[in-house]
Design a protein around this ligand. Sequence first.
Ligand SMILES: [Mg+2]
Length: 188
Amino acid sequence: MRINIDVDCVVADFVGQVMSLVGRPEARHEATEWDWWKKYSTKERIIVDEAMRGREFWQNLPLIEDATEGINFLRENKHDITWITAPYKMCPVWVDARYKWLETHFQRSAREEPIIYTKYKHLVPATAMIDDRALWIDEWEAAQDNKGLGYLFKTELNCNLNREMVVWKDIMQMRFFQFEEFKPTKYT
Ligand SMILES: [Mg+2]
């Protein structure tokens, strides 16, 4: 089946990158909402904002835990991946940096997996979608007439939501993702 996969906070560790920049890699729990660093001191805020305008921030993002294993698992189970990622407009070389990041970590082009650079994720149909932003999961499921299965990926940025969430270890254990022809219920 075709699966739409988000990049930031699903395979690329955006939170980890920001916390390393401000010198507190252990303080991931501070990231409870998008733009959380804007509540930091002026100095730290400027460090993050300036870094995000440049190529290195995006090209050097670390991997989310188990992301490599998770993507390999989906590929081995013959699923078709579409990468859908919302551009960061303040970085003029963002698209190129993202392209190279996906190439470095996932050798995307060898498999001809499409990359779609958009925040209008609901416009891209698929059987399933994995994203860490609840709004985008909800919009996407509604646009598929609720026939698509949206999986909310657990991250610091959504940890306060009272919803079912998954990480790569969960996905790799779900029978739903293990056999293309086998269609049990969503979380089995
Ligand atoms: Mg994301």
